[in-house]
Design a protein around this ligand. Structure first.
Ligand code: CTP
Ligand code: CA
Length: 228
């Protein structure tokens, strides 16, 4: 039956998924981060397991329970996520970058909690930020690269920005979503996306992230098959 067929689509494949935000420490009590519930990444992990894959979920700080049979690696910063990803790269068949990675981190992390100047001689504070490595681009530019899927969260000109990221980062597929639409994405249980490959565009209407995840895993499995 169809369900049985689907459950075999990713047998023997190791799928590695990044999910959630990263946290970039300023001092022991403060950090910079992005909006991300991790729900889409966790739903993809669950759907990939259902399709027969071995799944590793590299998760930033989120408050979600780990789906059954998913191997979860918890990380905090973008640098942690980069290292966890690269430790698995040689055994990764499909890499899905769903995480909302902080693009910059404070240049220095203070050892002690930063204190306000009690004399208020200065009423502004400057934190110098430096660029984090691009995790998905680094994976896609490896010699024996896995099949690489990225996400593009945009607030305007969604499809063009996503296409640009597909090319620039050397990805196989990119999943674009419009985060200016507050009814879907981010913390919502629903999402609407457009999947863009080098050949085609597929628009998915708003639907629960769990259902969307199954459709996306199905589409990704077919794209992987067509590549070989
Ligand atoms: N990504 C990543 N490592 C980073 C930044 C982004 O792996 N340091 C991945 C995300 O997980 C996502 C894709 O790159 O799959 C696109 O992320 P996005 O923030 O939309 O793109 P950026 O390249 O960071 O560009 P910008 O934020 O300037 O739009
Ligand atoms: Ca970014």
């Amino acid at each position: 039956c169809a369900q049985q067929f689907q459950s075999e689509k990713l047998t023997g494949k190791h799928v590695v998924i990044t999910a959630g935000p990263t946290r970039e420490a300023i001092d022991p009590v403060r950090y910079i981060s992005n909006h991300s519930s991790g729900k889409m990444g966790f739903a993809l992990a669950e759907a990939a397991v259902a399709a027969g894959a071995k799944v590793t979920l590299i998760a930033g700080p989120v408050t979600l329970t780990t789906p059954d049979r998913v191997n979860r690696v918890d990380v905090s910063s973008a640098m942690d996520m980069y290292q966890a990803t690269h430790q698995l790269i040689a055994e990764t068949d499909i890499f899905i970058a769903c995480a909302a990675v902080a693009d910059y981190r404070p240049e220095q992390i203070a050892d002690q909690k930063l204190k306000k100047d009690p004399a208020v001689t200065e009423d502004e504070m400057i934190i110098r930020l430096i660029r984090n490595p691009d995790i998905v681009a680094s994976v896609a530019n490896q010699p024996n690269k896995p099949f690489v899927v990225g996400f593009a969260a945009e607030t305007q000109d969604v499809i063009n920005y996503a296409k640009d990221k597909l090319e620039r980062k050397n990805l196989d597929l990119i999943i674009a979503n419009n985060v200016a639409d507050t009814t879907v994405g981010f913390n919502s249980d629903e999402n609407a996306v457009t999947v863009i490959s080098h050949e085609a565009e597929d628009a998915f209407p708003p639907m629960p992230k769990t259902l969307l995840a199954r459709k996306l895993i199905d589409l990704i499995s077919s794209a992987v098959d067509n590549q070989h």
